[in-house]
Design a protein around this ligand. Structure first.
Ligand code: HEM
Length: 333
């Protein structure tokens, strides 16, 4: 139900505004729209075209629950999300890549993703779209596209150094970022990171740059050998089974930027010693009964924000919104 409303109320205007109008105007927005298309083309090149599925994070499972803010959250942001009432959520957990039948234990399925849609009073929505990478391999949409093209140009038989090896050598945060992930034993036992910075604005007009962290009750990672032995859909199947025994909780936290921390480079982690503020508890209560069908029309956008939460100068937020809308336009009739 929420999924259908989402498709018609959000995706169409975003596409029209982001792609058609911008192209017609010939502005910088037209370049952004062209980049979004190039990125989705590159994802399709690397992972193949799978009608009806996302160009990235194609395999996933949907669940429902609620979010309740901690009192400290309102100190940082006046967003209605943080007013302490119980807010219904739709959550989608996913494997990385655009391959819908990828084994969940494959190293390529890392980083796993978590997308949360908060259904606010009055019909508004805001989204958080995060994954298990502690920081991102690249800091711009152009580099993300070029990384994918380097992957596509580096089949096993490619001459050494491959395009991908060359890309990694010139973007050392890429191999460093990819080394931060491992296969969890459950989508519920993974920690997810926002990577992109957002600006929280409170009632006094004070502004704080933050990055989200979604902390599980326990963090459990498998060794590469254990991961390889798991059944094809072990993560997708485990979540509903776990939820049938009881709820799963996560603590949403905000890591605050310190004085010199960059808000525009998602490939640079902020020091772990930075202050972290509890934002609230996410409780997942049940899996969606028609998960496969529901996710087809769901759209989670990192830049779908509400009063009290603003984008930072991180260029990835806009690039992601554009690419997700292009992917949606290709996966829905
Ligand atoms: C240049 C940067 C990025 C690009 C171009 C990109 C591209 C995409 C695309 C095209 C999709 C499919 C969207 C759809 O069909 O609805 C997607 C999904 C997703 N991405 Fe990204 N992504 C980027 C960065 C990130 C980052 C930084 C994170 C998390 C920290 C992330 C997490 C996810 C997740 C969790 C999904 C699945 C969303 C869902 O369940 O609907 N991505 N990405």
């Amino acid at each position: 139900m929420a999924a259908t409303r989402q498709k018609h109320t959000l995706a169409a205007p975003i596409l029209a505004a982001g792609l058609g109008m911008a192209a017609a105007l010939g502005t910088a927005a037209a370049q952004d729209a062209a980049l979004a298309t190039q990125i989705v083309d590159a994802l399709n090149k690397v992972y193949g075209v799978h009608p009806g599925f996302r160009a990235n994070h194609a395999k996933g499972v949907v669940a429902e629950g609620f979010f309740k803010a901690a009192p400290e959250a309102a100190r940082l942001s006046k967003a209605v999300l943080f007013n302490g009432t119980s807010i219904p959520v739709t959550v989608r957990f996913s494997d990385s890549t655009g391959v819908p039948n990828l084994p969940d234990g494959s190293p390529l399925a890392n980083p796993h993703g978590m997308a949360i849609k908060f259904h606010l009073p009055g019909g508004d929505e805001t989204n958080i779209v995060i994954n298990a990478l502690k920081f991102f391999p690249v800091s711009s949409g152009e580099d993300f596209r070029d990384m994918l093209l380097a992957v596509a140009a580096s089949p096993p038989e490619a001459a050494k150094p491959t395009k991908l090896e060359q890309f990694a050598a010139s973007h050392p945060n890429m191999p460093r970022a990819l080394a931060t992930v491992a296969t969890p034993d459950s989508f519920a036992d993974e920690e997810y990171y926002g990577v992109n910075a957002f600006i929280f604005v409170n009632e006094k007009g004070e502004r704080h740059a933050v990055r989200y962290v979604m902390a599980p009750e326990r963090l459990v990672h498998l060794s590469a050998e254990e991961a390889a032995k798991q059944a094809q859909d072990f993560l997708i199947d485990e979540l509903p089974a776990r939820l049938s025994r009881g709820p799963v909780t996560f603590r949403l936290k905000a890591q605050l930027a310190g004085p010199g921390d960059s808000t525009k480079d998602a490939s640079i982690p902020w020091p772990e010693s930075n202050e972290t503020v509890e934002l609230g508890m996410l409780t997942i209560t049940k899996s969606a009964s028609d998960s496969l069908e529901v996710q087809k029309t769901l759209l989670f956008l990192p830049g779908q924000l509400i009063d009290g939460i603003e984008p930072s100068d991180d260029p990835l937020i806009g690039v992601r919104d554009g690419a997700y809308a292009v992917s949606l336009s290709r996966r829905t009739p």
